[in-house]
Design a protein around this ligand. Sequence first.
Ligand SMILES: Cc1cc2nc3c(=O)[nH]c(=O)nc-3n(C[C@H](O)[C@H](O)[C@H](O)COP(=O)(O)OP(=O)(O)OC[C@H]3O[C@@H](n4cnc5c(N)ncnc54)[C@H](O)[C@@H]3O)c2cc1C
Length: 487
Amino acid sequence: MTEPALAPAPSADTLLEALRARLGAAHVLTAPSDLDPYLVESRKLYRGSALAAVRPGSTEEVAFVVEACAAAGVAVVAQGGNTGLVGGGVPHGGVVLSLARMNRIVSLDPVNASIVVEAGAILADVQDAADAAGLLFPLSYASRGSARIGGALACNSGGIAVLAYGNARDLVLGLEVVLADGRVWNGLKALRKNNAGYDLKHLFVGSEGTLGIITMAVLKLFPKPASRTVGFVGLPSVRVALDLFARLRKRADRDLTAFEFIPPVGLDMVLRHMPGTVRPLAGAHGAYALIELASARPDADTRAELEAALSDAIEDGLVEDATLGASEAQNLGLWALREHLSDAQGYEGGSIKHDVSVPLSRLADFVEQASAACEAAMPGLRVCAFGHVGDGNMHFNLSQPVGMDKAAFLGAWADFNRIVHDIVTAMDGSIAAEHGVGLIKRDELQHYGDPVALDLMRAIKAGLDPQDRLNPGKVVALSSDPQPALP
Ligand SMILES: Cc1cc2nc3c(=O)[nH]c(=O)nc-3n(C[C@H](O)[C@H](O)[C@H](O)COP(=O)(O)OP(=O)(O)OC[C@H]3O[C@@H](n4cnc5c(N)ncnc54)[C@H](O)[C@@H]3O)c2cc1C
């Protein structure tokens, strides 16, 4: 018996014609100058290629693009604000699907404390919409003016408020997702309890565009803090910073909303390169921490609370010096010192980044051991380890020795991965704490990941995207995938 002949896959030209007919020619970009911004990522480590970048305006149009690409055997790479830090949104062939036009705040329910937004809504716009309703959407980080909700959810991003409110995953109630075959899953429920079978939304959160394209989300909102105080403290070491964190967590409990670690080398880089920044404390210290207390209780006085806690900590020899923001402008000025850390390192030549987490009880050991090992491997290298201490998450970044050739330094990336990630793994930590895996850590995940976990991930990928059309080559390596994971 002969098999019926399969219809030939449409050619690339036929596909582009179909996309133009449905989306309008203005939303199917193929000219090199139009395509360019979609082919590079924020750190400029990767440059990709694509047939086109398409800009659908609705869920139905997203579904059409995915279905048409599937029929043509063409990959689809979702892109939000393109601020991701692991090369996940860079296409290597196929079509880039930008969610930028789908940026509406759809509705806000103050009683349910939830908001429905399209996946292309900019994070800062969602924060503003919540604020205008007297509520808080707490997900926040330095790229909030460009990052989009679909990207934030697809990366399960973290940021500066995880300590109090959790990662993006903890902030989502429901999702609408276009699947690899073009079907639309409507999981836009605004429920805080729903045990009707597997919790499918959590498959897509953190899947970095490899399992489906998020088109809409229902997000949780919270009471807006009535009182907020930001402090900046100088301490002798990262170990003492952890002691201070443990003490504050006990004392301030849920009012402790952020505890960020800043090393002296990082503070100096920020003050050297970022205009408008001011040294917050008169003297130099072995370590710094930015602390935020916030409370929605109308009678809360977080300033008095932090002042009392820090003066006890000074008396007990934990804190050497401290300052508190006296106004919202001063609070923002202190936060700027933390948020400019990544950018400031860019002015110091090559930077090799590790986004890792370990149990809090091991964090000081990790910083000490990994710093010593990296400094021994390359004398003169500057360890700039900073981050979300309260979450056990360090951005363990290495700035090149002064005067060294940048390319030669970046060429050692894989060697430093081995040093740092071996230590992280020995401490039962994670080699990908909040930025995800994307391309840059794909082979590291393969190297360090539990084989059973990797099998499960591949089974999920194969179940939801059997043709490997959605963001192929990212997160979990398929044997046929040729893309190199390091720049
Ligand atoms: C200065 C700076 C500071 C940052 N700080 C932090 C931080 O503190 N914490 C943190 O976690 N991250 C941080 N990031 C990383 C990044 O900004 C966030 O992860 C952000 O949420 C990514 O959103 P995006 O819209 O830019 O996603 P993109 O970069 O466009 O995409 C990221 C990934 O998600 C996929 N994707 C995008 N949209 C969708 C969609 N609708 N459906 C399915 N998949 C999709 C892409 O294919 C890609 O794999 C920072 C980045 C910068 C540049």
